[in-house]
Design a protein around this ligand. Structure first.
Ligand SMILES: Nc1nc2c(ncn2[C@@H]2O[C@H](COP(=O)(O)OP(=O)(O)OP(=O)(O)O)[C@@H](O)[C@H]2O)c(=O)[nH]1
Ligand SMILES: [Mg+2]
Length: 411
């Protein structure tokens, strides 16, 4: 999609998979993008429109991405859109319950393009887990607008729209506030002076050059974003900076690790200062550790499954009997009625002994266990137990060519 075809300002939603991008898209545009509780649902660009305070905007829902470098086809679509289609506002969506993990791609986007808003979704879930996120402090540290929302209940969507309007008006974010760790920051600053780009931050490109991220750099060159990639001065300065860093770190591999872990370290620091973990969240963490532990996790899954099956089977007996008694009484009444109006016996056989009787058996045998089993599983999913089961069983399921998420179907 080219920006010229659009009717208003272009706002792109990007972030890790399954953080609620499409839910936000639907809440704002009133459209019905596919949403669900597993990653990778949106696989191509979806576009919608909305009006806010009399102005028109185009909203773009991008596929979920974990990275800006080594990419799947969908991730490439998302990255290329924010880098080369130059949306007016980039809204990075994060999951409030695992903000630190989500901050990695967030920091990379903030470091590479302008006009970013950080939208922290699933604030309702974070509250339930006893996590308190200080959005003002986050905004101060990152240098971008931050807004906490709950897209499913549309809470704070209005604030998000206000921030979008603000960023559109004032080019709110000039540069990211955070810096890389020394000695990398100094080298990045030196090298960036030799870099000419159209849209992407020179310091970010400098970091990628130092990390020797060929995939990333080649993509910039291919899209004519990196204007002086062949410059001799640049190559010389890059060589010097790399040699200096190797000397400082005393080993090339250590230097590379340090370059690659910049965003992880910054994310760690920011989460420590901006996320308050209450006692409740600490208790949930203990339970989490117990359920995902190598030794306690699997036995607890087996035990819980046995309990669920026992409740299902034992609990279904009485309603099954009552239901079959009721349906077979109806069968007798229907049969008597058909005999009374002198329907040929072969028609009565097909309708009552064949169709109705089979249906009655199926309903009385299947309905009660399903009515018990699925609500219990829904509850377990709501408590977040099923994702932990999926995590545990993933390895074993992969050996059979499936994945851990198929545990529910298998049950
Ligand atoms: N509790 C809660 N759930 C939410 C909220 N926002 C989204 N969800 C749920 O999170 C799940 C993922 O939402 P999606 O909108 O499909 O996520 P996505 O980021 O588009 O995912 P991909 O397209 O796979 O990258 C869905 O089950 C949503 O109902 C929220 O504010 N609170
Ligand atoms: Mg989606």
């Amino acid at each position: 999609m080219k920006k010229q075809n659009s009717s208003g300002r272009v706002v792109a939603l990007i972030g890790n998979p399954n953080v609620g991008k499409s839910t936000i898209f639907n809440a704002i545009t009133g459209m019905h993008q596919h949403t669900g509780n597993w990653p990778g649902k949106t696989v191509s660009i979806a576009q919608g429109e909305f009006d806010f305070n009399g102005k028109k905007y185009d909203l773009i829902d991008l596929p979920g991405s974990y990275s800006l470098s080594t990419l799947s086809a969908e991730e490439e679509v998302a990255r290329d859109f924010i880098f080369f289609n130059k949306p007016d506002v980039v809204v990075v969506v994060c999951d409030a319950t695992c903000l630190e993990r989500n901050l990695n791609i967030t920091l990379q986007i903030i470091a590479s393009v302008k006009n970013v808003i950080l939208c922290i979704n699933l604030m309702d879930q974070a509250k339930k887990r006893g996590l308190k996120i200080n959005c003002d402090k986050l905004s101060e540290q990152l240098g971008v607008c931050v807004v906490g929302i709950s897209a499913r209940s549309k809470k704070n969507i209005h604030s998000l729209l206000e921030k979008i309007e603000l960023v559109c008006q004032k080019n709110y974010n000039k540069n990211a506030k955070f810096q890389y760790y020394e000695p990398i920051q100094t080298k990045v600053e030196n090298l960036s002076k030799y870099i000419k780009t159209k849209n992407i931050n020179e310091k970010f490109v400098a970091l990628k050059l130092l990390s020797d991220d060929k995939n990333f750099i080649n993509n910039l060159i291919l899209n004519k974003e990196f204007e002086n990639s062949g410059s001799k001065e640049l190559k010389l300065e890059l060589e010097n900076c790399r040699n200096d860093l190797i000397k400082k770190y005393s080993d090339e591999n250590i230097m590379r690790d340090s370059l690659l872990s910049q965003f992880t370290k910054i994310a760690e620091y920011i989460s420590k200062t901006c996320i308050l973990k209450t006692n409740k969240s600490k208790k949930i963490k203990c339970l989490d550790d117990f359920l995902t532990n190598k030794w306690t996790g699997l036995p607890s899954i087996i035990l819980l499954l046995c309990v669920v099956f026992w409740i299902t089977i034992a609990g279904a007996n009485a309603p099954s009997e009552a239901l079959s008694g009721f349906l077979f009484k109806i069968q007798d009444i229907l049969s008597d009625f058909l005999n009374f109006i002198k329907i040929p016996s072969w028609i009565e056989g097909i309708l009552i002994q064949g169709m109705f009787r089979t249906l009655a058996w199926v309903v009385s045998v299947m309905l009660p266990p399903m009515a018990i089993f699925f609500p219990i599983f829904t509850l377990l999913e709501d408590f977040g137990y099923l994702p932990r089961v999926a995590f545990h069983l993933d390895c074993a399921f992969k050996k059979a060519g499936a994945c851990g998420k198929q545990a529910l179907t298998t049950c």
